[in-house]
Design a protein around this ligand. Structure first.
Ligand code: PGA
Length: 245
């Protein structure tokens, strides 16, 4: 199976910065048989990025970083999943730990968002992961299982649809302290017992460590934050993954 690389551009760069980034990234596997690439810019630049990637030789998928759970209505400031589809998005990140932390998103809200995204025809990238305390006290699996079970309650993934799980230990995100590949593999195998879906690893992935993850059969790809907005590092990361047989 092809590996999946998702660039989570977060709120790191402005429009000009992101357009420059896209121009500077070198895509080694133009017709890559090895990986699929998805970029997730902020809402405000979805349209610009969508136009830019539609002119590129390599197929690049477009994703958003969040969506709301209702299709339409009096929800000031929110974005409908249907509107993301209209902007060319095929993916949407849901339940990222930064939203759980800063926006107080709950498992129940995430559950509604997952259902709404699937109903609109988007492929959700559902993020789960334990905190340092939970791992320290031996509660990593229980924490991830709780998030999975609550997030996926009554979620039906139809035959022609897909959902991706991103295992992102909170302590590894943006810290440079990436999870040991063998620990990530263990958690991925654990998650795959719960749901039959591709599972990506995220948390301080860069060009130096990416192969140690994607060479593992249990790791279907990576979700990359900080390293995806550094053109040299991200180009070198893509080159590394393209060497996979
Ligand atoms: P990071 O972020 O690669 O900067 O650790 C990953 C993520 O939050 O998706």
């Amino acid at each position: 199976m092809k590996k999946i690389i998702i660039a989570n551009w977060k709120m790191y760069l402005d429009r000009k910065g992101l357009m420059n980034l896209l121009n500077k990234i070198k895509f080694p596997g133009l017709r890559s048989k090895v990986f699929d690439l998805v970029v997730c810019p902020p809402f405000t630049v979805l349209s610009d990025i969508q136009k830019a990637i539609s002119h590129m030789a390599m197929t690049v998928g477009l994703g958003a970083q969040d969506c709301f759970w209702a299709e339409r209505g009096a929800y000031t400031g929110e974005i409908s999943p249907a509107d993301l589809v209209e902007f060319g998005c095929r993916y949407v990140i849901i339940g990222h730990s930064e939203r759980r932390k800063h926006l107080k998103e709950t498992d129940e809200m995430i559950n509604l968002k997952l259902k709404a995204a699937l109903a609109a025809g988007l492929a959700p990238i559902f993020c789960v992961g334990e905190t340092a305390e939970e791992r320290g006290s031996g509660g990593a699996e229980a924490s991830v299982l709780g998030q999975l079970q609550k997030g996926l309650a009554d979620v039906k993934v139809k035959k022609n649809q897909k959902i991706l799980i991103a295992y992102e230990p909170v302590w590894a995100i943006g810290t440079g302290k990436s999870c040991e590949p063998k620990d990530a593999v263990k958690m991925h195998q654990f998650i795959k017992k719960e749901i039959d879906a591709p599972v990506l690893y995220g948390g301080s992935v860069d060009d130096k460590n990416v192969l140690s993850y994607v060479k593992e059969a249990a790791i279907d790809g990576v979700l990359v934050g900080g390293a995806s907005v550094k053109p040299e590092v991200f180009s070198s990361l893509l080159k590394e993954v393209a060497t996979l047989k």
